[in-house]
Design a binder for this molecule. Structure first.
Ligand code: MG
Length: 281
């Protein structure tokens, strides 16, 4: 094939080619060419693809956030620091299922639970997903154990990753910050001081049901301030206080919720990404 010259690239127009494509077109001295894949290699055991399969779809491009913690291009931004348009309250008593506007307080780029207004419930629903959630416990300590800034990330509205002021605050291990509440303590406690911001990066595999029967439990991986505290941990069932609850079938996607435990934790910079298996189209 005839190599494009710099002149022909210019004729196409600088906006038509990315810098990488332009460099490839020009192939400067010393340029080395490698195959884009192979079709004469063995099939990888357990997969439909050959080793280095030239026909295997390449991962889609996702522009990352400007800095670590910023939402990447394919994220659903759940809270942008300005409004609660992605959230609402959902009745659970006599008004079960009735939705009302979110009443938590938004100021200075964060949202604060005001207490006794109900959980914040996301309008969007998620199954397998990645969540980024930043939170801080109240700077002024006005209780102990489970009353110090108790809240929670309620995945699918029922599986709780505990939010709690865990800075020099003894409480039961499976109820401290980062715990899969009522099931598993975090591996370690990397919680920051009250009033400082903590970060959860959470990777969720939703449970699978066939009718009312559980065929695969949920699994969670959690980075807490950059520290691994759950590594693909099996979740035994929904969150509960002082009892063990069994799985009950629910939708493949459900709302995320933030728990109103009548304390005043703050949240900011929250986003989610829906996860699909690598080869899913
Ligand atoms: Mg809680």
């Amino acid at each position: 094939m005839k190599r494009r010259t710099a002149l022909s690239v210019a004729a196409v127009g600088p906006a038509a080619l990315s810098a990488a494509a332009e460099q490839a077109q020009q192939k400067p001295a010393g340029w080395r060419t490698a195959p884009l894949g192979y079709s004469d290699t063995p099939v990888i055991p357990g997969q439909a693809w050959k080793v280095h399969d030239i026909a295997r779809p390449r991962p889609v491009v996702v522009a990352p956030g400007a800095k670590p913690g910023d939402p990447p291009a394919d994220a659903v931004v759940l809270f942008n620091g300005r409004d609660l348009s992605q959230w609402q309250h959902v009745g659970r008593g006599a008004d079960k299922g009735k939705t009302t506007p979110a009443k938590w307080k938004v100021e200075n780029g964060y949202v604060e639970c005001v207490g006794k207004t109900g959980d914040l419930v996301s309008k969007e629903k998620f199954g397998d997903a990645q969540f980024h959630i930043e939170w801080s416990a109240p700077a002024v300590i006005d209780g102990d154990s489970q009353w110090r800034g108790n809240s929670g990330v309620l995945i699918m509205g029922r599986y709780e990753i505990q939010v709690l002021d865990a800075w020099e605050n003894p409480t039961y291990a499976d109820g401290q910050a980062g715990a899969i509440y009522g099931w598993w303590p975090p591996l370690v406690n990397p919680c920051r001081k009250p009033g400082e911001w903590n970060v959860y990066d959470l990777f969720w595999e939703a449970p699978k049901f066939e009718g009312s029967r559980l065929v695969k439990p949920a699994y969670v991986t959690l980075m807490f301030n950059g520290v691994l505290v759950h590594h693909h941990k099996e979740v035994g069932g929904p969150m509960a206080h002082r009892v063990v609850r069994q799985y009950e079938a629910h939708g493949a996607e459900e709302s995320l919720a933030l728990q109103d435990h009548d304390t005043k934790p703050r949240y900011r910079n929250m986003w989610a990404r829906r996860l699909k298996p690598y080869d899913a189209k």
